[in-house]
Design a protein around this ligand. Sequence first.
Ligand code: C2E
Ligand code: CA
Ligand code: CA
Length: 596
Amino acid sequence: MKNTTDKTFSALPPVTLTLDPLTGLLSRNSFLEQVRIRLDQDAPKDWCIATIDLEHFKLFNDWYGQEAGDRLLKNIADYLKRIQDCYHYTVGYFGNDDFFLFLPNDNGLIRLVFQTVCDYVQNQEQMEGFLPIVGVYPITDSERSVGTMCNYAQIAASTLKGKFSQRICYFEAAMVESLEKKQRVLHEINNGIPNGEFVFYLQPKCDSRTRKITSMEALVRWIHPKRGLISPNEFIPILEKSGLITRLDMYIWNSVCQTLRRWQDEHKPVVPISINISIIDIENIDVPRYLSSLTEQYHLDPKYLMAEITETAFAENNAAVKQTIDRLHKKGFTVLMDDFGSGYSSLNMLKDANIDILKLDMKFVEMNEENHNKGIQIMDSVISMAHRLNLLIVAEGVETSAQVSMLQSMNCLCVQGYYFYRPMPITDAEQLLSQTPIEDYHELRTSFAQQHNCEEYLVSYETLPSVSESITHILEENTLELARFNVITGEYVTIKKNPFLTDDAAGTVQNIHDYSHRLVDQGLIHPDDAEDYLLFMQPEHLQHLLLHKQTAVFYTVRRKVDGLYVRILIEFITGLACSENNPYVAVVRRVADDSD
Ligand code: C2E
Ligand code: CA
Ligand code: CA
């Protein structure tokens, strides 16, 4: 529809302008022309192109109807037209929810416009979710085409989508580069999948004492025709943002099942393989159903496919993740929680999540001095929890022998990391499996439970929800002290200590005999319990109890905590087989409860 509107735009030269029928604002072409004319004639200094975009406007229309949507656009347009007429700005409407302004590049002014548009949105529907975002392109080179300037303003705005804290963004040249790079990568990946450029490597998980392999993890690799091997950190985040990750993941899961099938057909040794599942996959497709269709197609027992879901996924979409886990269980798959400990603050989310295995990343343990104690605390809580609930822990990212001994003393059986094996191509993994003993993962779980005399904690999927409530309880429970005890030498190393325990500092190396006597001498053990306590703590007695045994030993005693005597439980937790070669035992002291 064409209108001659030179009356309204008194500052503009009399040319034919196209107005948008709904809003009465300049349409795209007329806006571009008008801004060009003003830049050429008036050459205003320090002006900018700003775009206003109503995030989720399509949803707004769906919820409130087209009429309400149109009314909102009209109200905003009327306001923008008023400021255009008063201050000689130029305003255009490009359709959908896209408004453009040519106005002075003044931060205060842009904020004011933004705030006013916000008020219009909220006046109409009191909806927080539909707040506008503003992208600004400051005009540094007025020769540039106005269309490009508008694109740049939109690129700046697009970086804000989904970020609720920041609503105005200024364009920077790097944004175009990163956008172009992303687009290029997405295009290359789309072509690369059918070209067979994506493969997976396998990284074994093993028993740290025997090096026997229990399972492997499939980690995707991009063998780029020009750039060679590319690590997933370079392309997974881009794929997740664009939703394309699911296409790649389905392809990888399929290849994993194909490999498992081939191993069985060729009578090669087979271990379960775990695959990584992104939260985007859970939102995009029915993951349990798809995996189940794969195991049917390849005639695989579902016990050979395990699912790794990151702890952060729980925070992002708790309900969907929980439902997915339940359904994976029903179909016979084992579920691992990946990167456990990275989101320590969201422990509550674990409450009803029926996971089978926790993967604890050593990155959270071995960081700088500052984070170290937090890491140890996490391990302390997690390991004591796992011992109770028959949850297996896999420590990942294990790189040093010090970490290995620490984990062994805490009886953390299963490990994965460069110290043992790096991720490797499938053929190398096949060769390794043909030369290295395999430990049946499912038997390992059962023997683990028996070894700790904790059959009563053996849980089935049906009973897990109630049991997992105690996960939170145990994790939040106050462990007073965590230590490592050498059964042969009597050496006692405190790893972590609650500040309420007013004796030696954490990290102290001492002999258990001296340590027990000092507690008694300082009156920290109740006088009535002292004699029995010293007898129990005699190094020879402990050696007799623990060496060559595979059971945990418990002892309760009244000990002064923060000035008061309270009953505390001391647990000695042995390794797979406590022996002269493996003399380390984890010692946990905590406040006893009624069941102890
Ligand atoms: P993740 O699942 O936590 O995998 C562990 C990462 O740590 C892997 O990196 C592995 O190579 C690396 N790693 C293993 N042992 C050590 C060690 O001792 N020290 C150190 N510093 N690193 C170690 P990678 O293969 O680069 O994968 C990175 C992440 O990309 C994975 O983290 C996972 O979140 C994601 N990813 C990998 N493959 C897939 C996939 O097929 N699908 C999806 N959705 N995500 C994947
Ligand atoms: Ca993983
Ligand atoms: Ca991990």
